[in-house]
Ligand binder design. Structure first.
Ligand SMILES: Nc1ncnc2c1ncn2[C@@H]1O[C@H](COP(=O)(O)OP(=O)(O)O)[C@@H](O)[C@H]1O
Ligand SMILES: [Mg+2]
Length: 235
């Protein structure tokens, strides 16, 4: 369904598809990593641009909301190239920037999506110096406020090598995931990004390989899953 303002990914989320299984698995792995430690706020970053951060974080959020019935919040902290407003067909304005710079309360910037358990905070109006928005520590306050209302808070952000925003956000998160575009990102580049995340202030949970189908077509093809493939009934 085309909306006035972008598309709406919710309409494209097919929970019976093979990729939906992968997102359930990913959620399960996130919960399983580092057992005993609460993982309510998760940051999704990548080494470079266009590796699939916004796509992965959005499908992960829809999986948690629809299949696990977890109250989920998506936050667009990629103030340089925000896309979550476009992907969920909501206005960009009145989001993270207005909350962190304009003193708005979380409840005034949270928007509903067409997925019942999924809410979103969009990036907000554009700013000249995005790093300054996160420099102030106000993001910590915002996350503390929303933490109370949600089971899972997924944060999209800029890539880690070209800009420093993700490193400012990372210490405030319960976990950080690195998306790597398979067959595209050079090994050394991915390695440098993961080394940046392996520090004593960041809980680095692991790497998500995106675009695997382009290098492993057989594994992801319909014939591999076959007609007998059926998703497990949800409890
Ligand atoms: N697994 C995938 N298969 C096909 N297209 C993808 C996949 N992941 C991302 N894309 C596309 O690649 C582009 C960049 O993805 P996006 O999620 O916006 O990256 P990022 O947020 O890291 O910049 C988008 O057009 C998106 O639709
Ligand atoms: Mg993005």
């Amino acid at each position: 369904m085309k909306r006035n303002n972008g598309i709406n990914l919710v309409d494209y989320f097919d929970q019976e598809s093979p990729y939906a299984t992968e997102f359930r698995r990913l959620l399960h792995n996130i919960n399983g990593a580092d057992p005993g430690q609460e993982k309510k706020t998760i940051l999704v970053t990548s080494a470079m641009l266009a590796e699939g951060k916004s796509t992965i974080v959005s499908f992960l959020a829809m999986t948690a909301a629809r299949q696990k019935r977890r109250k989920t919040l998506l936050v667009d902290c990629d103030l340089r190239r925000p896309t979550l407003h476009y992907l969920f067909g909501v206005p960009r304005e009145n989001g993270v920037v207005e909350a962190l710079m304009g003193g708005k309360r979380a409840k005034d910037v949270i928007k509903k999506t067409s997925e019942p358990h999924l809410d979103i905070i969009t990036a907000g109006k554009s700013v000249l110096k995005p790093t300054e928005v996160f420099d102030s520590g106000a993001i910590h306050k915002l996350l503390e406020e929303v933490r109370f209302y949600y089971d899972l808070i997924l944060v999209d952000c800029a890539p880690i090598l070209p800009v420093s925003d993700p490193m400012l956000l990372a210490p405030d998160m319960d976990g950080v995931i690195l998306v790597v575009k398979a067959g595209a990102t050079q090994r050394e580049v991915a390695k440098r990004a993961s080394l940046l995340l392996k520090n004593n202030k960041t809980r680095f949970l692991g790497v998500v390989l995106n675009n695997l189908s382009n290098i492993l077509p057989y594994y992801y093809s319909d014939s591999y899953y076959g007609y007998e493939y059926k998703p497990r009934p949800e409890k």
